[in-house]
Write a protein that binds this ligand. Structure first.
Ligand code: ADP
Ligand code: ZN
Ligand code: ZN
Length: 718
């Protein structure tokens, strides 16, 4: 090898192939270091990749290696960041190319040098104040917007000031970039003893890794704990990363962080423009961003001087990515904190069994906030027995009365139903025909307002038939009720009160939901009807009564996680009630004697979760056991099943237990039959070894190209 100079650079390239690619150093320069952003030739394309390592030799003919075309940023990713990304792609059995996708925002994945953006804030210069802009109305509007003080550049653009006007004014010296203006931080409440213990525990761990599960009912002051710990660490010059399950929760938290800490928080999620995302990425990388707030993907932001990671609503399955690299944002966050040697706080009113298993095993520490902060009390629970009760469109008379009393007392009501649309089934009263999806093993949902039948799995849409296609009867009827039907029924019963539906059909944009929350926040009596969107951590202080309608399908689901999910939903919905005044919670069921219903009614999520965890452990299921699955989909059921049977045959080790091929819970979707092979073991290591071996052997299967297959490590969906 020539003079000890490395001859090969190994590059992760964003293509769906397993493996790194070897390149020669650039023709006229030094070999780039690990973490460098480079442009490489790939087939006929030029792609942006990340250098993973340098090496002295290659298994290819070194003379035929193509050189790196361009080094865009040398050593852009530091060692910690690169190691995290490598570990994650390996653990989740995804191609190393995914590493590039998660390491870099879109703007940095284009084969162009990247122009660094200045600080995100702009203010007026003296020149800008003095200049006469009568003939430049767009600039005059910018001056107007900045007279009261600096503004964020992205906020100005969002308010309609064009980017080129801003750029011109910067060039002309009429405006300048500046630091975020410091504001007087608003003092927080005096912490109660449990909150103080929690903050002290987190801060005591500030120079080492420790994982805390902060369990506290809604309104117990978890966010206050994050804020106080964050403030103490930010003052010491450290960065704080706050992860949330969904975009909709970010504005509330951003406002609270900014008010309490007195400076701007940086936001990172898929709702931002490419430019906004790269600006946050840069600010994280340079250390300028002191508090970063984002969804799942923010766990991969570069951090200059990290001090704390917080995962709020850690039980939420939105932290798991369902395609591409199937990682779990919470689990990656814990791994990252452990490698960084910093504390991490996993907060939830309903912690996941995974986190509680780690508490049980002594790896994480439980911090409990058992009561509501500021004197609010927990709602009263009531189980409504549906046996023998007459229901009209999902509502019993007793429930309607209860709602009426709350509204008359000037309160708001929340009704949860886990089904969109008017009815989950349209059926014929004469012959029992049901409208099914032709491509999925599922019923079509009747959306009455939109006058269509729609498949919630594949998106197929059909007009509503006027008569039964089997027997020609006109007597087609709705079976069961979704949110649209309940909204309709409540509107009929309470014509003078606004009934606000919150689901993916009614809330199309982010702004719509924010506006609705604002309206509800004003406190006038109203009824909220909605799906999962309502069970997340939104602050709704005026709710006096919360209801979970018809929880029974979850009681008898084949999914071993169904009881946990139901318990989490029920406790989350119950937690929306009576944050200000004593409230009330109603759970409807036809099985009041069911053990899970009884355990929920006893009122302690943590006690119930402990029972569920022990049950899972006894059944040798996650989280006590480790699970990975190989999934396969094909146009014929036999092909998918046979493929997985052959995969099972190649495992050939007795260190993992195999189950399957088993049909997926939704056996057919969009015309494809879906099967899965489970790999289970009490430890992770044997699963990891087996998965690594399978990734080598499966591509050689004779049907590997005709079957859609992937590996899911720690899957959440069956
Ligand atoms: P969580 O995140 O657990 O839902 P929050 O931190 O949002 O709880 O607190 C709920 C409400 O109680 C907020 O309005 C918060 O300002 C208030 N609060 C929190 N801690 C205290 C405290 N120690 N004393 C008084 N009010 C508090
Ligand atoms: Zn019929
Ligand atoms: Zn379908």
């Amino acid at each position: 090898m020539s003079g000890g100079r490395p001859t090969v650079v190994r590059v992760a390239v964003p293509v769906p192939l397993h493996g790194l690619f070897d390149y020669a150093p650039p023709v006229d320069g030094n070999p780039p270091s690990p973490g460098a952003r480079v442009v490489v030739p790939f087939g006929r394309r030029r792609l942006v990749g990340v250098v993973i390592e340098r090496a002295d030799s290659t298994t290819f003919d070194p003379d035929r290696l193509k050189p790196v075309l361009q080094v865009l940023d040398d050593a852009l990713l530091d060692r910690e960041h690169l190691d995290l990304l490598r570990w994650t792609t390996r653990y989740y059995a995804s191609p190393p190319g995914e590493l590039v996708t998660h390491a870099l925002p879109v703007a940095l994945r284009r084969p162009e040098p990247f122009r660094r953006a200045g600080p995100a804030w702009l203010h007026l210069t003296d020149a800008g104040r003095a200049v006469d802009l009568a003939r430049a109305p767009r600039q005059a509007e910018v001056v107007e917007a900045l007279t009261d003080g600096p503004q964020r550049r992205d906020a100005l653009q969002a308010a309609g000031h064009p980017a080129d006007a801003l750029r011109r004014m910067l060039e002309q010296g009429r405006i300048e970039t500046c630091d975020a203006p410091a504001r007087e931080p608003v003092p927080g409440p005096t912490l109660n003893p449990e909150q103080r213990v929690a903050v002290a525990a987190v801060l005591a761990a500030r120079h080492r890794f420790e994982a805390f599960v902060l369990a506290g009912v809604t309104g117990s002051g978890k966010t206050e704990v994050y804020l106080q710990a964050a403030r103490a660490l930010v003052r010491r010059g450290r960065q704080v990363l706050l992860l949330l399950p969904e975009i909709g929760l970010t504005p509330q938290l951003v406002r609270r962080v900014e008010a309490r800490l007195g400076f701007a928080a940086h936001v990172y999620h898929s709702g931002l423009s490419d430019g906004e995302r790269v600006a946050t990425w840069e600010a994280a990388h340079s250390g300028e961003a002191r508090v970063l707030i984002g969804t799942r993907s923010a766990v991969f932001l570069p951090l200059r001087n990290p001090g704390l990671i917080v995962v709020d609503e850690e039980h939420d399955s939105s932290f798991k990515q369902f395609d591409g690299m199937r990682y779990h944002g919470r689990d990656v966050a814990v791994l990252r904190a452990s490698r960084l040697g910093i504390p991490i706080v996993l907060g939830s009113a309903t912690p996941s069994l995974e986190s509680l298993q780690n508490v049980h095993d002594g790896r994480y520490r439980l911090l409990d906030l058992p009561r509501r902060a500021g004197g609010a009390v927990m709602p009263r629970w009531r189980i409504e027995d549906l046996r023998g009760a007459t229901r009209r469109e999902g509502l019993t008379e007793a429930l309607v009365e209860r709602i009426r009393r709350r509204l008359e007392a000037g309160e708001q009501v929340l009704v949860y139903r886990n089904r969109r649309g008017f009815a989950p089934v349209l059926m014929c009263d004469e012959c029992g025909w049901q409208a099914d999806c032709s491509r999925c093993s599922a019923h079509l949902t009747w959306h009455r307002q939109a006058a269509r039948l729609s498949c919630h799995h594949c998106g197929q849409q059909r007009p509503v038939p006027p008569r039964c296609p089997e027997c020609d009867s006109p007597r087609l009827a709705a079976a069961g009720s979704g949110t649209e039907r309940i909204e309709h029924a409540l509107n009929e019963r309470f014509p003078d009160v606004p009934v606000l539906r919150v689901d993916r059909d009614s809330m199309r944009g982010r702004d719509e939901f924010e506006q609705l929350l604002e309206q509800v926040g004003r406190g006038d009596p109203c009824i909220l009807v909605g799906t999962q969107m309502l069970a997340k951590g939104h602050h709704l202080p005026g709710i006096g009564l919360a209801v979970v309608l018809d929880a029974d399908t979850s009681l008898f689901s084949a999914d071993f996680r169904a009881p946990e999910r139901l318990a989490q939903t029920v406790f989350q919905v119950a937690g929306r009630a009576g944050r200000r005044d004593p409230g009330e919670f109603v759970l409807q069921t036809r099985h009041p004697e069911h053990a899970l219903v009884q355990a929920m009614a006893a009122g302690s999520y943590l006690k119930l979760a402990e029972l569920l965890r022990a049950e899972r452990a006894a059944a040798e299921l996650p989280p006590a056991w480790s699970l990975a699955m190989v999934r396969a989909e094909a146009q014929s059921a036999d092909r998918a099943r046979a493929f997985l049977a052959r995969v099972a045959g190649t495992v050939g080790s007795n260190e993992v237990r195999l189950a399957g091929p088993l049909p997926a819970l939704l056996q057919r979707r969009a015309g494809h039959w879906r099967y899965q092979l489970w790999l289970m073991a009490p430890e992770r290591a044997p699963i990891q070894r087996t998965v690594a071996r399978l990734l080598d052997t499966i591509p050689a299967d004779r049907d590997a190209a005709r079957v859609r297959w992937h590996v899911d490590v720690d899957p959440l969906e069956l």
